[in-house]
Design a protein. Sequence first.
Length: 327
Amino acid sequence: MTYRDRARGCLLGLAAGDALGAPAENLTPSEIRRRWGRLTEIEGGGTDDTEYAIFASSLLVRHGHDLTSEDVAAAYRSEIIPLVAGPMKGAGFSELGTVEALRRGLEPPLTGRVHLHGWSDGLAMRAAPYGVFCPGDPAEAARLVEQDGRVSQSGEGILGGRAVAGAVAAAMTGASPQDVVSAALSVIPEDSWTSRTIVRARDALAAAPGDGPVDETVEALHEAVVVKHYPWTDVAPEAVALAMAAYLAGEGDVETSVTFGVSLGRDADTIGAIAGAIAGAGQGERGTPERWAARIGPATGKCLPVVAGRHVLDVADELADELAEGL
């Protein structure tokens, strides 16, 4: 399988997972079952997850391994902020707070701290391109994504992005799901919240009977990692751990991983996007079901007008071309 095929598979899987999970965002697993039984068909378009992944890809194409947080902040100021007259539509708390911080003249890493939502999964949702750009090098993928993350995240929010980027970098080599998750853990501190939740989710999944009801597995995963009674669902350690569990439960298959991931509820679009990106990197473009791929069109730019009209497959090709030039 070629690098280009894996790159296309990764970003297509991300977009499909994002779109499939969008209508289930913030719902409980029981409510998802009540409405759909099993959510398997894409009903609409993607969210800010896909648009931010496209934007992150453009940063890599321009700056490559020399990318700095100052470059990212400059891109926000020149390409995002001028096109946003008021609040950003569909953006998460961390990105909304970052834009306001940049408007006030603050610089990273302060821009990722002052809004107090640095722990969100805003970086994790767009981390996959960094793994695509660093196939077989989880440490470099994690280093690069942290440059992006310093602008909008802090603490566990950055660690969530590092874990996802590291996982994708490993998946780009065709590594087994178990080795991919180990790669994610290798680029974050063992005693971090993010690491502990990934391990707890992995252990809960392993303890679940293979022929047991899916509902019981979902409940076990929620018990293991979900922050109960917290009003927001975009907690990076939680979303990343659930996405890794979905990827393991699906044994690296895109459709199985994504459908399981969105069935978990909470930040379902981000969980689906992360699981789809990792599985897609492993399986390539054909790993995403044709019926899903047909539903993925160019980005609308609802959240980020600068990416309007860009298709994830074209973006993946640009990443492939950039990497090939550097070899």
